[in-house]
Design a protein. Structure first.
Length: 391
């Protein structure tokens, strides 16, 4: 650091108590510089502005930050614990890398805990994501109030407001990232059934339920998924879990509170984080959607909007643009020929590109259809029960 003004600004990060407690961290943009090459100089100012906004949005009232070079940013979060502060920095850098280069895999290499702030240099040690995850979980458990053991019984089966007894089931469906054809985790594929007959509720039938019934189904789904993850035989935690919830549930304070608690519980069972998938978004005003996404975002790795399988209307795409969602998902119609699948896929991907960069296609019929989906620009798929793929 050669600038006198910069050296003075850095002074507030040099408090011995803050450094000893691990409250000061550094994130670096080297991965973006390496990917952009000569284009870095052209986009540098735009990237700096975006990074400033991203950091400020994620920091609490007590947090502050400072850019100290072309690629390095100091972040101080006095109100957070050692590991929760580092987890926030990791997530900030992952969001930034995903936004600019579409790949957050190098984020773990460019977050450092600052141990010394001197007049001409800053010293630190690399943050290890695996240690941060364990430490953050211990911090959460230590600070969380004692709660009675949770079971799924309070949520399913239940009597709906129309008098029918409903029950909820769900399965862990592997989700494949098409770029490397590797599993990124699971989605909770759910079914709501009439308990007496076993008949499944269609999407249209579910939307006719009361607000409380829909919340009951959402809570039962997440609870079932958590129990299935806990019962899984594998010793290795999956990278992520896609959790479906209805916008109706997120629109109430009670719904957000209950869902957020379950999302935090689910987050402790996966390595990277929980992806919240919001359904029934048709007709939701852009500002209202942005508010709901902003409130649930701190508990999630990403937020996805789920669309109906039919061609999305222009109004729906318009309301989702700049609403805070980072991807779209849709379930593939079944028993399509190759030609029909290609027509449907082209329509969905072209529509999705107006809003987001990533599109998740669920229950494709085969690896061949997955390859076709990748060719059109889909980023992730899951397979139907007969489709094969990674399990």
């Amino acid at each position: 650091m050669t600038s006198v003004d910069l050296a003075a600004a850095v002074d507030r990060f040099s408090d011995a108590g803050l450094l000893a407690a691990g409250k000061v961290n550094l994130i670096a943009l080297d991965a973006i510089v390496a990917r952009l090459g000569a284009r870095w100089a052209l986009r540098r100012d735009q990237i700096h502005d975006h990074v400033d906004r991203t950091i400020q949005r994620r920091l609490g009232a007590e947090g502050y930050h400072l850019r100290i070079s072309e690629t390095d940013f100091l972040i101080c979060q006095p109100g957070l614990g050692l590991f929760s502060g580092q987890a926030t920095c990791l997530q900030i850098l992952r969001d930034i890398l995903t936004y600019f280069i579409g790949d957050a895999s190098q984020a773990d290499d460019y977050v450092h805990q600052v141990t010394k702030v001197g007049a001409s240099e800053i010293q630190g040690s690399r943050v290890r994501a695996s240690e941060v995850e364990r430490g953050e979980r211990m911090e959460r458990e230590a600070s969380a109030p004692a709660r009675p053991p949770r079971t799924v019984d309070p949520w399913t089966p239940f009597v709906a407001s129309d008098g029918r007894a409903l029950r909820v089931g769900c399965s862990l469906e592997p989700v494949i990232e098409l770029k490397g054809f590797g599993r990124i985790g699971f989605r909770l594929a759910r079914r709501a059934l009439v308990a007496d007959t076993g008949a499944a509720l269609t999407g249209a039938m579910a939307r006719q339920l009361s607000r409380m019934d829909i919340l009951q189904i959402d809570l039962a789904t997440v609870a079932r998924g958590i129990d299935r993850l806990k019962a899984a035989e594998s010793d290795e935690r999956p990278p992520s879990l896609i959790v479906p919830v209805s916008f109706t549930s997120l629109s109430s304070q009670r719904g957000r509170r209950e869902i957020a608690h379950l999302l935090m519980e689910a987050r402790g069972l996966v390595r990277r984080g929980v992806i919240c998938e919001i359904g029934d978004v048709e007709g939701v005003p852009q500002g209202v959607m942005l508010q709901a996404v902003s409130l649930i975002r701190p508990y999630c790795l990403f937020v996805v909007a789920r669309l109906d399988p039919g061609p999305p209307a222009a109004a729906i795409l318009s309301q989702l643009k700049r609403s805070g969602v980072q991807a779209l998902s849709v379930e593939c119609p079944q028993r399509l020929s190759d030609a029909a699948f290609q027509r449907w896929m082209q329509t969905m991907i072209e529509a999705g590109r107006r809003v987001v960069r990533s599109t998740l296609i669920y229950r494709v019929a085969s690896p061949r259809h997955a390859a076709l989906a990748a060719a059109f620009g889909a980023t992730h798929v899951s397979f139907n029960e007969k489709g094969g793929g990674l399990r």
